[in-house]
Design a protein around this ligand. Structure first.
Ligand SMILES: C[S@@+](CC[C@H](N)C(=O)[O-])C[C@H]1O[C@@H](n2cnc3c(N)ncnc32)[C@H](O)[C@@H]1O
Length: 370
C-alpha cells in the first residue's frame, strides 16, 4: 500500500533546508511572513474606510455628539446600524477612533487631523492627495505606455483647486514655523515671488509677519483664484499682485525679489523643468535674496523615506513628467544655478525645505596701490 505524501508545511524549503543538506549545526529556517503582502492588499481597504468615514461626516458628528454608541451615531447620520458598526470598527483598527466596549470616541489623531476644524486638519486632503483614483487602477498600463491615460495636466484646475485648498492648513503651518529657522520676519519690506502658489500659504505667512512686505503670486488661470480668496481672507490681498500663467513662461523681473518660493512645484516638472524653475528663481533674486524650495525629497538610495518614495510613484501614476528627486540632486542643481549657503530645514514633521542664497556678485579687488 502506498501512502500519500505528507503535506509538508513549506514544501519548497524542505528540499534544501534539511540536516542532510546543511550538515551540523543545522538551523531551522523560518520563512518570511506574508505581512508585507497583506499590508499592501489592505492598503486599499484602509484608504477607502477613512474616505467613507469622512464622506459620512463620522468625525465631525462625533465631535458634536461626544462619545457615542453605534445606534445613536446611526440615527444622527441616518444610515443602517450594522453597516456603520462595521465601518467604525474598521476606523478603530486604523487607529483613527477609540472604542470602549460599545462606545466610539475621537482620539487625539482624529481631533487634530480629521475633524474639519482641527488645528492641522487634513479632512479635505484625503480624497485628492493620491491623485485621480482611476489612475491607480491603470498603473501597469501607465508603466507600459510611459504616460498616464488621464494626466492631471489635461485638466489642472479639476485636480489642483481641491488639492491646494486641502493642503493650505499644513503648508501655512509649515511656512509660519519656517520663520523660526530663517527669520524672514526680520526683513524690513521684503518683495516675494511665489511661483505655483496654490492658496499662497508661504506668501501669506511672510506678509503677515512683515507689515511692509509685498508679493507677486503666480498660478495657472482657474487656480490662482484660490490665492485671490485666501489672501483676502488673511487680510493681505492689498499687498499682492496676481500674475496668472505658466511659471516657465511668465515675465519675471531680474534681481527684484528678496524671497522666491518654489513650494511643492518641482516634482511635477521633471529634471529639466525643475532646473529651469531654479534658474528662473536665481535670476529673479537680488544678491543676498533667498530661494525657499519645499518638496518631498528622497535619500540618495531612495529607501529611507518611504513617504517621499511613494510620492514619486504617485507622481508617475498621474502626471506626464512627475517624480521625486534626491536631496543630492537638488543640492547639485542649486549649486549649478549659482546658489550658495544651501541648507535644508524641516519646519514641521515631513515638510522639508531647501534655503539657498543668491551670493553677491564677485567684486574685483582693487588694484594694489602705488
Ligand atoms: C502642489 S501645489 C503647491 C501649492 C503651493 N505652492 C504650496 O506649497 O502649497 C502645485 C501648484 O503649482 C501650480 N502649477 C502647476 N503647473 C503650473 C504651471 N505650469 N504654471 C504655474 N503654476 C503651476 C498648480 O496649479 C498648484 O497650485
Amino acid at each position: 500500500m502506498t501512502s500519500e505524501p505528507r503535506d509538508a508545511p513549506y514544501p519548497e524549503l524542505k528540499k534544501t533546508h534539511t540536516m542532510a543538506y546543511k550538515g551540523r549545526p543545522w538551523t531551522d529556517y523560518k520563512p518570511p511572513p506574508a505581512a508585507p503582502v497583506w499590508a499592501a492588499i489592505e492598503g486599499l481597504g484602509r484608504y477607502y474606510i477613512l474616505l467613507a468615514a469622512l464622506e459620512l461626516d463620522v468625525f465631525d458628528t462625533i465631535q458634536e455628539t461626544g462619545p457615542s454608541t453605534v445606534e445613536s451615531l446611526a440615527e444622527a447620520l441616518d444610515v443602517p446600524v450594522g453597516h456603520l458598526g462595521s465601518l467604525l470598527d474598521g476606523v478603530v483598527a486604523l487607529g483613527l477612533l477609540d472604542q470602549f466596549v460599545d462606545v466610539y470616541e475621537l482620539n487625539d489623531t482624529a481631533k487634530r487631523y480629521l475633524v474639519s476644524d482641527g488645528p492641522a486638519t487634513m479632512a479635505d486632503l484625503v480624497a485628492v492627495a493620491p491623485g485621480p483614483h482611476e489612475n491607480w487602477g491603470r498603473l501597469a498600463e501607465t508603466i507600459r505606455n510611459g504616460t498616464p491615460s488621464t494626466p492631471i495636466e489635461d485638466d489642472p484646475a479639476a485636480f489642483y483647486v481641491p488639492l491646494v485648498e486641502g493642503t493650505f492648513t499644513t503648508m501655512f503651518r509649515c511656512a509660519s514655523r519656517a520663520d523660526l529657522r530663517i527669520r524672514y520676519s526680520a526683513l524690513e519690506n521684503p518683495r516675494v515671488l511665489d511661483l505655483g502658489a496654490g492658496g499662497a500659504p508661504w506668501s501669506i505667512a511672510i506678509l503677515k509677519a512683515c507689515a511692509h512686505g509685498s508679493a507677486v503670486i503666480n498660478d495657472l488661470p482657474g487656480i490662482i483664484e484660490v490665492a485671490e480668496a485666501k489672501t483676502a481672507e488673511h487680510g493681505v490681498a492689498d499687498r499682492c499682485e496676481l500674475r496668472p500663467g505658466d511659471f516657465h513662461a511668465i515675465d519675471i523681473e531680474d534681481a527684484a525679489y528678496d524671497i522666491v518660493i518654489l513650494g511643492h512645484v518641482c516634482r511635477t516638472e521633471g529634471q529639466d523643468g525643475a532646473r529651469h524653475l531654479i534658474e528662473r528663481a536665481f535670476k529673479a533674486l537680488r544678491p543676498q535674496g533667498r530661494l525657499l524650495l519645499a518638496d518631498y525629497f528622497t535619500d540618495v538610495e531612495r529607501k529611507f523615506n518611504p513617504h517621499a518614495v511613494i510620492m514619486g510613484t504617485t507622481m508617475m501614476a498621474s502626471t506626464k513628467k512627475g517624480s521625486t528627486f534626491t536631496h543630492q540632486q537638488f543640492s547639485e542643481w542649486l549649486r549649478d544655478a549659482g546658489f550658495a549657503q544651501i541648507r535644508l530645514i524641516e519646519p514641521i514633521g515631513f515638510q522639508q525645505c531647501f534655503v539657498a542664497t543668491r551670493p553677491d556678485p564677485i567684486r574685483r579687488s582693487s588694484p594694489p596701490g602705488p
